[in-house]
Write a protein that binds this ligand. Structure first.
Ligand SMILES: NC(=O)c1ccc[n+]([C@@H]2O[C@H](COP(=O)([O-])OP(=O)(O)OC[C@H]3O[C@@H](n4cnc5c(N)ncnc54)[C@H](OP(=O)(O)O)[C@@H]3O)[C@@H](O)[C@H]2O)c1
Length: 284
């Protein structure tokens, strides 16, 4: 079983640099996939209220036979579009949503709670963050962070709050490497976590330059891409429901990409997102 390094967050909490994502995994299937992942050695699981699989994820956590304190569980607050997230009632709604996630997961604390999308057009993320501060102060979450935030929203949080997000979870893979945002994060002590780290298993995994590097190392393209995340200091949370891939994706510590490999990977960047632009994204 490979040993995955940890990243120390700005509040001293440690997170495994490679975790397991469960977006688009139905609840019943999540129970099996997360159990398979934990057995394969994953200790960090990334779910969200909107994935509707917190219960299945919790079932796997409860039955996997690994002590709770050895696991790192992330979930996220959903946008819930028409809800008014301003003022005291907005903060109360956050606390209720958190309680629901906790109950579904069957846990008494969460390791990391994230605001899923900033929705800057509503101007409510600062108020939501106040409720996150409360959850953190009460020890109900070990760390608080954000997802899909840009420098403008991060600046606003840093100015208004003494609690700096421990990380920002954003779309990131060799086609969309987020170099500027990563620099901003590094400057302000915010870790970078990559969603869709494998480019959703699409064109990225047949990219000729990556196929060549994979052949050179006797590895798969997915392993090369995940190795690239680790060597870039990024936290990655690949998803798979396929047991062989779940094992393959965590077996990424026995080789090293060299400078030529890294330059060739940098050359595959297209600057094109797979997901929506967070600055305008407003699904409910
Ligand atoms: N914060 C956000 O807004 C946000 C947005 C998107 C995702 N996320 C999080 O990030 C996680 C990962 O992102 P993602 O699920 O979008 O995409 P991903 O992890 O980049 O890719 C998952 C896809 O790649 C396939 N795959 C996995 N391992 C493979 C391998 N070794 N070889 C070939 N194909 C492989 C999977 O297929 P099979 O499952 O069929 O094996 C699946 O179709 C999510 O599950 C979620 O936890 C967060």
């Amino acid at each position: 079983m490979s040993t995955i390094p940890s990243v120390t967050l700005n509040n001293g909490v440690q997170i495994p640099q490679l975790g397991f994502g469960v977006w688009q995994v139905p609840d019943a299937e999540a129970a099996i996939a997360v159990r398979t992942a934990i057995e394969a050695g994953y200790r960090s699981i990334d779910t969200a209220a909107i994935y509707e699989n917190e219960a299945g994820t919790g079932q796997a956590i409860a039955t996997a036979g690994v002590p709770r304190e050895e696991l790192f569980i992330t979930t996220k607050l959903w946008n819930s579009g028409t809800k008014d997230w301003s003022g005291q009632q907005g903060q109360d709604a956050v606390l209720r949503a958190f309680d629901e996630s906790l109950a579904k997961l069957g846990l008494d604390y969460i390791d990391l709670y994230l605001i899923h999308w900033p929705r800057p057009m509503h101007g409510t993320f600062l108020n939501i963050w106040k409720a996150f501060e409360k959850l953190y102060a009460e020890g109900r979450v070990k760390a608080v962070g954000v997802s899909n935030f840009g420098p403008q929203q991060l600046d606003a949080l840093r100015q208004e709050s003494s609690v700096v997000p421990v990380l920002n979870q954003v779309e990131l893979h060799p086609h969309f490497p987020q170099l500027e945002l990563r620099e901003y994060h590094a400057e302000h002590g915010i870790a970078t976590e990559a969603w869709s780290p494998l480019g959703q298993g699409k064109a990225l995994l047949t990219e000729p330059a990556l196929v060549k590097i994979a052949e050179k190392h006797g590895r798969t393209v997915a392993q090369v891409v995940l190795r690239w995340h680790l060597q870039s200091g990024v936290i990655a949370i690949p998803k798979s429901v396929t047991p062989s891939r779940i094992a393959e994706n965590i077996d990424v510590t026995g080789f090293e990409l060299d400078a030529d490999d890294l330059a060739a990977i940098a050359g595959t960047a297209t600057g094109t997102r797979l997901g929506p632009d967070p600055q305008s994204f407003d699904w409910s």
